[in-house]
Write a new protein. Structure first.
Length: 435
């Protein structure tokens, strides 16, 4: 398990995939030594790391993060006097979704699954037409019309998209007929049925249900409506990803999950949460501070966040928990008393310090994999982000402990030096430790 944890640290620290991580450890003596793998020992196979990661899930990584913070608190390097929080979007591993593209991919996927089941001898006499060529031709037609950029393009694109939705529903009906007959054959086989056949039937049923939802939301858009973002499907393989608008100029709409990060003055991430969809920010702050207080045994003295959390109810919840100073700018028009509070020097100083949370999120995205989760589903994204936080906090906590240990002997020597004596000289070639 120690080797596994060290391998996962290298994977998320250097943004590698499982195969690349094992290959680099195999070729590097330094990385072998770090992972406690001898020269005569073989590096674990990438599939072994994948299986352990999928079995551990979010529960194990949450426990590891809590143990790391407990280690930092034990060494007295974990500060919780000031806490800042902010939210961001962790993108799912999906391409930009369009109705025509999702329908075409869904029909093609169902055709492949039906062919695989028939190859195994299941539902061999059930008729199911392969409409892959038909939907691909229409999807190509959508792209061709969009390139023309004239007044007739929009109407033609909508007409072709309607045809795609109708074809997709026909394919869904065929796929469900095949799945029903395949299930009947599996029940007859009993214990002799293969696990691969059961998995293919389950995947075909799930894909048919997803394509039906995509066709329904396509018809809502064709009728002039807007599908509900909380339930809109944007991927065939990641059903938990949702469209999220955060007001960014470069990316007005992102597709993935919403995440909240709370860190302290040293940049150590004290709490993080990854949730489905785009819920409001305000209900997420008080539970995060409660988790921090439970983990560290101390309530933060000051809490700050951006205007998205600015409601009187949030301030009241935090003050009831024992937070001495809550510095969150309020939404809407402010009264004279609130203007005076937000104009105070301490309030403005904490709000300026809060902007550092943007840099913390940028660091997580740039260096620790938070830009895009390569694991499917909400659970996969939570575990993916948890490993990134573990790698980030490991470096932070290690530096804090090292700095504390290096400063203690120097302070002891300065106190013990007799009056009038010169300070000890540093040996040549020994550089000053980094702050």
């Amino acid at each position: 398990m120690e080797t596994y944890l060290r391998l996962m640290f290298l994977k998320y620290r250097y943004r590698l995939w499982f195969e690349a991580t094992c290959a680099e450890v195999t070729d590097s003596l330094a990385w072998r030594r770090f992972c406690r793998i001898g020269l005569g020992e073989s590096v674990p196979h990438p599939s072994t790391l994948e299986k352990i990661t999928s079995r551990c899930g979010q529960t194990a990584i949450d426990a590891l993060n809590e143990a790391l913070l407990a280690k930092a608190a034990q060494n007295k390097v974990l500060k919780v006097d000031k806490v800042r929080a902010d939210t961001t979007v962790v993108e799912a591993n999906v391409a930009y979704p369009t109705d025509s593209g999702l329908l075409a991919k869904g029909v093609a996927k169902m055709a492949v699954l039906v062919a695989a089941l028939k190859l195994l001898g299941l539902a061999s006499r059930t008729k199911a037409r392969n409409r892959t060529r038909s939907v691909c031709r229409r999807a190509h037609g959508v792209a061709a019309w969009l390139r023309r950029r004239n007044n007739d393009a929009r109407g033609e694109v909508l007409a072709i998209t309607g045809e795609l939705a109708a074809i997709a529903l026909l394919s869904v009906a065929d796929a469900r007929h095949v799945a029903v007959n395949a299930r009947r054959s599996l029940r007859r086989a009993g214990s002799q049925a293969s696990g691969r056949a059961k998995a293919l039937v389950a995947e075909l049923e799930a894909t048919a249900a997803t394509v039906e939802v995509i066709a329904a939301q396509t018809r809502i858009r064709l009728a002039g409506g807007v599908p509900d973002g909380a339930t809109r499907v944007v991927s065939l393989h990641d059903g938990d990803a949702r469209p999220i608008r955060k007001g960014r100029l470069g990316k007005p709409t992102e597709f993935g999950f919403k995440a909240q990060v709370a860190d302290n003055v040293d940049g150590v991430v004290l709490d993080y949460r990854v949730v489905k969809g785009n819920p409001p920010d305000t209900p997420m702050l008080a539970p995060a501070i409660a988790r921090i207080a439970k983990l560290t045994g101390r309530v933060p003295k000051a809490v700050t966040a951006d205007r998205g959390y600015g409601e009187a109810g949030v301030d009241a919840e935090l003050e009831a928990m024992g937070v001495a100073r809550v510095c969150i700018p309020r939404k809407g028009r402010l009264g004279a008393a609130r203007v005076h509070v937000q104009a105070s020097r301490g309030f403005r100083r904490l709000v300026k310090w809060r902007t550092g949370s943007e840099a913390r999120i940028s660091c997580l995205k740039r260096d620790f994999g938070w830009r895009r989760s390569l694991s499917d589903g909400l659970g996969g994204a939570q575990a993916w982000c948890g490993w990134g936080v573990l790698a980030h906090n490991s470096i932070k906590v290690a530096r804090l402990i090292d700095t504390k240990n290096n400063k203690a002997p120097a302070a002891h020597q300065s106190r013990a030096r007799p009056a009038g004596s010169s300070p000890p000289t540093r040996p040549p070639g020994l550089s000053r430790p980094a702050a």
